[in-house]
Design a protein around this ligand. Structure first.
Ligand code: PLP
Length: 232
C-alpha cells in the first residue's frame, strides 16, 4: 500500500467514525506523525492530503524544514521538548502540542516575546495519571488555563493527550471522554489568551474511539507510513 492509499483509507475510516458519532467529517483534522520518515515520505503524505504534520524531535524538524518536507501544510511539534531547545521550535512551527510543564510554558512564552511572535500551544494532559509520563493533571490544566493572561507570548488553543497503552479496543474511551469534559469545561470559562479549538487525541490504534469522544484532531503515524524501523 502506498502512502496515498493509506491516507485515503484513514480518511474513509475517519468519515465513518464521524458519521457514526453524528459529527461532520470536516470537523476532524488528520495530523501525520512524521517521526523517522524522511522529507520525501513526508512530502508524499502532504500531497496525499493530510491536514498538518507533527514532529517529535527537534533535530528531525530542523533537518526537514529546509528540505521543504511540510510545504503546503502547517507543521506542529508533538514530542517532548527540552527547554534548551525551545528557541529552535518557537516561531518555526504553527502549534506546539506538547507543552507539558510550567517550566516549558514559561520558556516558550519568553522565547515568543523575544522573537515578537505569538506561539500557539496545547496543554499535554497526563490523562491516565501515569507516573512515568509528563503532562499536566486535569486540575493543574484548569488552574493554569485561568492564568494564561500572564503569558502574552502564547495562545492556548486546546489540549492533547496520549492515553495509556491499552490492552484491548475501547479501553481508552474513558480517557478520551475525560479529555472532552476537561476541554469543554475550560472552553466555557472564556479565559483571556485561551481559544479552545483543538482537542488532539487518537492514534493509529484508537482514533475511531477518539473521534467518537470528540477529538478535533487525530495524530497518525503507523497507519500512514507503516511500522517504524527503530535502530538499536
Ligand atoms: C508517534 C506518535 C503518534 C502516532 O502514533 P501511531 O501509533 O504510529 O499512529 C501520535 N502522537 C505522538 C505524540 C507520537 O509521538
Amino acid at each position: 500500500m502506498s502512502i496515498a492509499q493509506n491516507v485515503a483509507a484513514i480518511r474513509a475510516r475517519m468519515e465513518r467514525a464521524a458519521r457514526e458519532a453524528g459529527r461532520e467529517p470536516s470537523d476532524i483534522l488528520l495530523c501525520a506523525a512524521t517521526k523517522m520518515n524522511d522529507a520525501a515520505r513526508v512530502r508524499e503524505a502532504v500531497q496525499a492530503g493530510v491536514d498538518c504534520c507533527g514532529e517529535n524531535r527537534v533535530q528531525e524538524l530542523t533537518e526537514k524544514l529546509p528540505q521543504g518536507a511540510y510545504e503546503g501544510v502547517p507543521v506542529h511539534f508533538i514530542g517532548h521538548l527540552q527547554t534548551n531547545k525551545v528557541n529552535k521550535v518557537v516561531g518555526a512551527v504553527d502549534l506546539i502540542q506538547s507543552v507539558d510543564r510550567l517550566e516549558l510554558l514559561a520558556a516558550v512564552n519568553k522565547a515568543a516575546l523575544k522573537k515578537g511572535v505569538c506561539q500557539k500551544i496545547l496543554f499535554e494532559i497526563n490523562i491516565g495519571n501515569e507516573p512515568q509520563k509528563g503532562g499536566f493533571t486535569p486540575d493543574e490544566a484548569r488552574v493554569l488555563a485561568g492564568q494564561m493572561g500572564a503569558y502574552p507570548g502564547v495562545l492556548l488553543c486546546g489540549l492533547m493527550a496520549i492515553p495509556p497503552i491499552s490492552e484491548k479496543k475501547g479501553d481508552n474511551c474513558k480517557y478520551f471522554a475525560k479529555m472532552r469534559n476537561l476541554f469543554v469545561d475550560i472552553a466555557a470559562e472564556k479565559y483571556d489568551n485561551v481559544s479552545m479549538v483543538c482537542l488532539s487525541m487518537g492514534m493509529t490504534d484508537d482514533f475511531e474511539d477518539a473521534i467518537a469522544q470528540g477529538a478535533t484532531m487525530i495524530r497518525v503515524g503507523t497507519a500512514i507510513f507503516g511500522a517504524r524501523q527503530y535502530q538499536i
